[in-house]
Design a binder for this molecule. Structure first.
Ligand code: PAF
Length: 280
C-alpha cells in the first residue's frame, strides 16, 4: 500500500525510519498525473530503493492571470495511479504548511531562467526553484526525477543544485507523447475537441526542423525558418517563442556545434498555453 504523508511531521518521520543506506527517488508533481509522470515513477523505481512522489499545486509558480484556480486536482485518481505504478509514498502538503504566513525567502536563479518561458512568465521559475529546494530539504532524496518536456525547468533546477551544492542527482525522463505526437501535459485537458485535433502541429513544426538538421543543416536561423512559420501559419496558434538554443545555458545560438541544441516552443492554442521541445 502506498503511504500517504499529509504533512511535514509525517514526512520527516517516514524519512527518518528509512534504512540509512536506502537510495530515495523523488518525483515532484502538481498532480493531474498522466503517463509522463508515471514514467518518472517507473524510472525512479529502476534507480532507487524507495520512491516518493509529491503532489502540490504550487501557488508561487503561477502568475496572477494564470490557471492556479482551475488547475485540475483529481486527487483520488492520482493516488490510484501512483499506487498502481508502485510508488512507496506520496507527500501531500498544504499551502499553509509549506508557505507559513510571512514566508519571505525565495530561490532566484538569474541566468537560465530568464529567456523562453522566463520572459513570458515572470516569477515562474522563482516559484519552481523555491518549492523544489524546499522539497529537496524535506525529502532529502538521492535522486529527483523531472520530465524533459519542461526542459527549461530541468536546466534551472540543475543550475540551482550545482550552484547551491544540493546533494541530489537530477534525472531527466524522456517526453511521453500521445499517438499523434502531442506531448503529454496536465493542461491538455483544457483543449476543446477541435483544439486537441490541431495541437500536434506544434510537434510537426519541430519535426520539420529536426528533418533539416538530420539532412545536415546547422544554421539555427535556417532551422527556425523551417519550423516556426508552420505554426505561425495556423491562426489557431499564437506563438510565444519558437527558438533554437544551447541545451544547457539556453543562450541563443547562431550555429549548432558539438554541444547540440534545444528547439524550444511555446504557443497558445485558444486559451491553453502549450510547450514542447526537442534536443538535437
Ligand atoms: O513540473 C511541475 O509539475 C512543477 O513545476 C514542479 C516541479 C512539481 C514544481 O512545482
Amino acid at each position: 500500500m502506498i503511504e500517504i504523508l499529509r504533512g511535514i511531521t509525517e514526512l520527516r518521520a517516514w524519512r527518518k525510519a528509512l534504512p540509512h543506506e536506502a537510495s530515495v527517488g523523488l518525483v515532484p508533481t502538481m498532480g493531474a498525473l498522466h503517463a509522463g509522470h508515471i514514467s518518472l515513477v517507473s524510472l525512479s523505481r529502476t534507480q532507487c530503493d524507495v520512491t516518493i512522489a509529491s503532489i502540490f499545486v504550487n501557488p508561487l509558480q503561477f502568475g496572477p492571470n494564470e490557471d492556479l484556480a482551475k488547475y485540475p486536482r483529481p486527487l483520488e485518481n492520482d493516488l490510484a495511479l501512483l499506487e498502481a505504478a508502485g510508488a512507496d509514498a506520496v507527500f501531500l502538503p498544504s499551502v499553509e504548511e509549506l508557505y507559513p504566513a510571512g514566508a519571505s525567502t525565495y530561490v532566484v536563479e538569474e541566468s537560465v531562467s530568464l529567456p523562453l518561458c522566463g520572459a513570458f512568465r515572470p516569477g515562474h521559475f522563482r516559484g519552481v526553484a523555491t518549492i523544489v529546494l524546499k522539497l529537496f530539504n524535506l525529502v532529502q532524496p538521492t535522486r529527483a526525477f523531472f520530465g524533459q518536456k519542461d526542459a527549461q525547468q530541468c536546466a534551472v533546477i540543475e543550475r540551482m543544485v550545482r550552484d547551491l551544492d544540493v546533494p541530489v542527482e537530477i534525472v531527466r525522463g524522456a517526453i511521453i507523447r500521445e499517438a499523434d505526437g502531442l506531448a503529454m501535459s496536465s493542461r491538455n485537458v483544457y483543449l476543446s475537441p477541435e483544439e486537441r485535433r490541431l495541437a500536434p502541429l506544434i510537434r510537426h513544426s519541430i519535426l520539420a526542423a529536426v528533418d533539416a538538421y538530420a539532412a545536415g543543416e546547422r544554421n539555427a536561423a535556417t532551422l527556425v525558418a523551417k519550423g516556426r512559420p508552420l505554426l505561425e501559419g495556423d491562426p489557431a496558434f499564437t506563438v510565444q517563442y519558437w527558438e533554437v538554443r544551447d541545451p544547457q545555458s539556453l543562450e541563443a545560438l547562431a550555429t549548432i556545434g558539438e554541444r547540440g541544441a534545444l528547439i524550444a516552443v511555446a504557443a497558445y492554442l485558444g486559451k491553453t498555453r502549450l510547450i514542447d521541445n526537442q534536443l538535437l
